[in-house]
Write a protein that binds this ligand. Structure first.
Ligand code: PBG
Length: 333
């Protein structure tokens, strides 16, 4: 594969393949398509509400009516799937997060409406308790630790109400042990064998989630940090163990999160397991690029498209990004 630099060969000129746009296109190894994009969206209670999120310019909290309009538009520009995150009012948050499995909650109601009005777009729902807990953690607490097995039982109920309301893919982002197997079994036991599971298999305890927590209004509530369940950013081998377990337990696709600082993890997951591997370009990454662009320090379009291509090069099959709508428009021009 590599070259012998012995003097009897003429000089290899790598620049020949870069000399014109048409040849650059021919030798291009990876490309980004609209089919690779998943658009995350935030839902709030009420009607005709469109709230801005200061740390995420261009991203809004939408009430159900506006969300449905947005989904129609997104579908028109060719985006195939979205990930939904509810913003839960303070008075519905409890220590046990039981609103998560209320079949009548904001998310489930919205799913039912979406399936009536925009049935063909793929809907991914987040399985984790943090929007619903008064302490902001993804699970329930026993003393000052997160109770793994009690949490898994609740997550199974949460995933089931979501699946029954129409979620196509349930996506556990909580990082409890054993939840993929338990959720798969519970879905199957209730005849939801067609519901897919996207596991946030390698999710790190990252400081890049800050703007998301602003968006769902959980940042001021969060007691402590999530380091006893989300992974240590220092670890790579551990990510492969997490992914191996989740595949074994029945995940249909796996995700690495955050994205850009973790391209090495995406690459080794894809190479090791050859399963559908998604990347989440998280809120903090979006905020960095948007803020630099606002200041005129980076070209938003060029840097965003480059970041997407790099996800593809690393091996990502699909990418969750808050810029999905912008990117889809650029790609279709
Ligand atoms: C919660 C969840 C988080 C994100 C997605 N699901 C935040 C967290 O773990 O605290 C972060 C997404 C982002 O930053 O864009 N289970």
């Amino acid at each position: 594969m590599f070259y012998n630099h012995s003097s009897s060969f003429p000089q290899k000129r790598m620049r020949r393949n870069r000399s014109k746009q048409w040849v650059r296109s021919l030798v291009e190894e990876n490309c980004l398509s609209i089919n690779d994009l998943i658009y995350p969206l935030f839902i709030v209670e009420g009607r005709a509400i469109r709230e801005t999120i200061p740390s995420m310019p261009g991203v809004f909290r939408l009430s159900q009516d506006l969300l449905i309009e947005e989904l129609k538009l997104i579908e028109d520009i060719g985006i195939q799937a979205v990930a939904l995150f509810p913003v839960v009012p303070q008075e519905k948050k409890t220590a046990d997060g039981k609103e998560a499995y209320n079949a009548n909650n904001l998310l489930c109601n919205t799913l039912l409406e979406i399936k009536k009005h925009v049935p063909d777009i793929g809907i991914i729902t987040d399985v984790a308790l943090d929007p619903y807990t008064s302490h902001g953690h993804d699970g329930v607490m026993k003393g000052d630790t997160i109770d793994n097995d009690a949490t898994v039982e609740i997550l199974c109920k949460q995933a089931l109400v979501q699946a029954k309301a129409g979620a196509d893919i349930v996506a556990p982002s909580d990082m409890m042990d054993g939840r993929i197997g338990a959720i798969r079994k519970s879905l199957d036991d209730h005849k939801k064998t067609d519901t897919l599971i996207l596991s946030y298999a390698a999710k790190y305890a990252s400081s890049y989630y800050g703007p998301f927590r602003d968006a769902v209004q959980s940042s001021s509530l969060l007691k402590g940090d999530k380091k006893t369940y989300q992974m240590n950013p220092a670890n790579a081998d551990e990510a492969l163990h997490e992914v191996a377990l989740d595949i074994q337990e029945g995940a249909d696709m796996v995700m690495v999160k955050p994205g850009m600082p973790y391209l090495d993890i995406i690459s080794s997951v894809k190479k090791t397991f050859q399963v559908p591997t998604f990347a989440y370009q998280v809120s903090g990454e979006y905020a960095m690029l948007s803020a630099a662009a606002e200041k005129g320090w980076l070209d938003y379009r060029a840097s965003m498209l480059e970041s997407m291509l790099c996800f593809k090069r690393a091996g990502a099959d699909a990418i969750l990004t808050y810029a999905a709508k912008d990117i889809a428009r650029w790609l279709s021009k």
